[in-house]
Design a protein around this ligand. Structure first.
Ligand SMILES: Nc1ncnc2c1ncn2[C@@H]1O[C@H](COP(=O)(O)OP(=O)(O)OP(=O)(O)O)[C@@H](O)[C@H]1O
Length: 236
C-alpha cells in the first residue's frame, strides 16, 4: 500500500477532529477522500504530510512517516489549501525557489509548467493569475519532484467547469500511469466523474470505503448514497 492510515485520531483540546480513522490508498487509481465541511479531511491530510502530530495512530507512506522519507518531494507531491505563493512573485521564480531548496534541477521547472499548460504565463506575477491558473501552479509545484503519490486538498474548490475538467483529466491521467492520487472534496457530483475509489468521512469517522460503484449501489446517485451514509444534508 502506498498510503496506510491506521487508527488515526486527532484532538484539538476537547474537540475530536479525527476519530480512529483507518484506510488504505492504492496506486493506479484516483481515490476521493469525501465528506462534508468539518468532517476531518484536512486534518487527516495534514497529519499524513507531517504538518501536524496525531493524538493516536499512524499515517504512513510506504511504511514510513512523511518526515522519515529520505526524499519527500520525490515520493509525495502535495497541494494544500491556503499554501499559495507570494503574489508579486512570477510563477517561474516561485517554482525555481522550491526546486532549488529541494535540489531539483532547474529544467524540471519548465517541464512542470508545460505539464500544467502554464509555459506561456510563466513570467507573469502570480497575482495576475485566475483561480484556475493558481490551482495549476499549485499542481505544478506538487509535480516538481516527479512524485509517485499526489495528495491534494480540495483541488477543484471554486473552479469553473473548464477548470474542473482540466484537473479531472490531469489526475485521471496521472493515476493511469500507475501512480497514486488521493484528493479530498466535499463536491459529490464532481467526484462521480473523477474518482475510482472513495473513502467517506463524516464527523471524524470513516463511514464507507470502496469503489464508487460499490458505494453508489442501491442508491439513485452518488449524492444520495452520501446523504444516506452521513445522515446529514447540511454542508453538502
Ligand atoms: N487547529 C484547530 N483547532 C481546533 N479545531 C480544529 C483545528 N483544525 C480543525 N479543527 C476542527 O476539526 C474538525 C475537522 O476539521 P477539518 O478541517 O479537518 O475538516 P475538513 O473535512 O477538512 O473540512 P473542510 O471541508 O471544511 O475543509 C472541524 O470541526 C474543525 O473545526
Amino acid at each position: 500500500m502506498m498510503i496506510e492510515v491506521s487508527g488515526l485520531s486527532k484532538r484539538y483540546g476537547a474537540k475530536v477532529a479525527v476519530d480512529n480513522v483507518s484506510f488504505t490508498v492504492r496506486p493506479g487509481r484516483v481515490t476521493g477522500f469525501l465528506g462534508p465541511n468539518g468532517a476531518g479531511k484536512s486534518t487527516t491530510l495534514r497529519v499524513l504530510l507531517g504538518l501536524d502530530h496525531p493524538t493516536g495512530g499512524t499515517a504512513l507512506i510506504e511504511g514510513k512517516r512523511y518526515r522519515d522519507l529520505r526524499h519527500p518531494l520525490r515520493k509525495v507531491g502535495a497541494l494544500l489549501e491556503g499554501a499559495g505563493p507570494v503574489p508579486e512573485r512570477r510563477a517561474v521564480d516561485h517554482l525555481t525557489w522550491i526546486a532549488q531548496s529541494n535540489r531539483i534541477p532547474r529544467r524540471r521547472v519548465w517541464e512542470v509548467l508545460d505539464l500544467v499548460g502554464l509555459s506561456d504565463a510563466a513570467r507573469q506575477p502570480v497575482k495576475k493569475y485566475s483561480l484556475g491558473m493558481g490551482q495549476r501552479l499549485g499542481i505544478a509545484a506538487a509535480l516538481l519532484g516527479d512524485p509517485e503519490i499526489l495528495v491534494l486538498d480540495e483541488p477543484v474548490n471554486g473552479l469553473d467547469p473548464d477548470g474542473i475538467r482540466w484537473v479531472r483529466n490531469f489526475l485521471r491521467g496521472y493515476a493511469a500511469s500507475g501512480r497514486t492520487v488521493l484528493l479530498s472534496s466535499h463536491l459529490m457530483a464532481e467526484m462521480a466523474g473523477t474518482a475510482d475509489e472513495a473513502v467517506v468521512i463524516s464527523r471524524g469517522r470513516i463511514v464507507a470505503h470502496g469503489s464508487l460503484d460499490a458505494i453508489t449501489a442501491g442508491h439513485p446517485s452518488l449524492e444520495t448514497a452520501f446523504f444516506a451514509l452521513t445522515g446529514d444534508r447540511a454542508g453538502w
